[in-house]
Design a protein around this ligand. Structure first.
Ligand SMILES: *[C@@H]1O[C@H](CO)[C@@H](O)[C@H](O)[C@H]1NC(C)=O
Ligand SMILES: *[C@@H]1O[C@H](CO)[C@@H](O)[C@H](O)[C@H]1NC(C)=O
Length: 254
C-alpha cells in the first residue's frame, strides 16, 4: 500500500520541479533586452548614449536587483575615448568606464588601431542608461581632402548578478571573466546576453585635411622666402659694391 503512494509522491515532486524549471526558463530567461545607441553633439567631441531596457513587463524587475550591466564597446581607428577623461569621470562617480586596450590619444587615425572600452552600470527598475565621451582623431591630409567614414558598431552586452540567481539562464553562454568595474582590479564572471538593437549603426563622418591647400600654402611660403632671400642677396651685393671702393681692407687685398 505504501509503495505506490510513495511513487505518486515522487512523480508529483518531479512534476513540480519540471514546472518550476519550465517557469524559470520560459519567463525569466527570456531577457528580452532592447538597446538604443545614439551619437550626440556635433564636431570633434561627441557623446555615445546607451539606453537599455530589460523586459517590458515591470513585474519581473526584481530579478535584476543589484545586477550590473557591462558594455564592451569597440571604437574604430578614427575615434577614441580619452583614458584621462574616463579616470576623472570614475573619480567623480559620474561614469564607470575603463579602457580595455591601450589608447594613444595623440596618434592620427592612419597610425591607430580600433580600441575597446568597458562601461559598467547597475540596473535600476529594469533600465540602464550610460554614455561614453568620444573624440575624433585627426586624419592626415590627402589630395582633395573630404570625409573619413567611421562606423561605430553596437557594443557587446554582459550581465552579472551578485548571487546564483541567473545561473540556470543562458546556460549555453560560457561565462567570461573580466574586470568587475573600472574602479578595482578585481575580476568578475560575466555572461553575454543577446539583445535587440533599436537604432541604426552609428556613422561619424570626420573631415580630412586637403593636401592641395597644403601645397598652395607651401608653394606660397617657399616663393615668399625665395623672393625675400634674393632681395636680401641683391641688397648685400649692392651694399658691397657701394662700400668696396671706400674700404681700405678690401682695396688692400685686391
Ligand atoms: C552625454 O550625454 C548624457 C545623456 O545622454 C549626459 O548625461 C552627459 O552629461 C553627456 N556628457 C557629455 C560630456 O556631454
Ligand atoms: C567595483 O567592484 C568591486 C568588486 O566587486 C566592488 O567592491 C566595488 O564596490 C565596485 N565599485 C563600483 C564603483 O561599482
Amino acid at each position: 500500500m505504501l509503495r505506490p503512494f510513495r511513487n505518486k509522491n515522487l512523480h508529483f515532486g518531479f512534476i513540480l520541479l519540471f514546472a518550476y524549471f519550465g517557469y524559470v526558463t520560459a519567463n525569466h530567461c527570456n531577457f528580452n533586452v532592447k538597446l538604443k545607441q545614439v551619437l550626440k553633439n556635433q564636431g570633434f567631441h561627441r557623446n555615445i548614449s546607451y539606453g537599455i531596457v530589460f523586459n517590458t513587463d515591470d513585474d519581473n524587475c526584481w530579478l535584476y536587483k543589484d545586477c550590473v550591466v557591462g558594455l564592451d564597446q569597440t571604437l574604430p581607428h578614427g575615434v577614441y575615448a580619452n583614458p584621462d577623461e574616463l579616470s576623472t569621470l570614475r573619480r567623480l562617480k559620474k561614469l564607470n568606464a575603463v579602457p580595455k586596450t591601450r589608447i594613444n590619444t595623440e596618434m592620427p587615425a592612419e597610425h591607430s588601431y580600433p580600441t575597446t572600452t568597458y562601461i559598467t552600470e547597475r540596473i535600476k527598475d529594469c533600465k540602464v542608461h550610460v554614455w561614453l565621451p568620444v573624440h575624433a582623431r585627426y586624419h592626415l591630409a590627402t589630395p582633395g581632402g573630404g570625409m573619413a567614414r567611421n562606423t561605430i558598431g553596437p557594443p557587446k552586452l554582459y550581465l552579472r548578478c551578485p548571487d546564483q540567481r541567473l545561473d540556470m539562464c543562458n546556460k549555453a553562454a560560457t561565462p567570461v571573466t573580466f574586470l568587475c568595474n573600472g574602479s578595482s582590479k578585481e575580476k568578475c564572471s560575466w555572461k553575454e546576453l543577446p539583445y535587440t538593437l533599436l537604432t541604426d549603426t552609428l556613422v561619424w563622418n570626420i573631415p580630412i585635411g586637403n593636401m592641395e591647400h597644403y601645397h598652395a600654402i607651401s608653394v606660397g611660403t617657399a616663393l615668399v622666402i625665395a623672393i625675400g632671400s634674393l632681395y636680401l642677396i641683391k641688397a648685400i651685393h649692392e651694399h658691397k659694391l657701394v662700400t668696396m671702393p671706400f674700404n681700405p681692407y678690401t682695396s688692400l687685398h685686391n
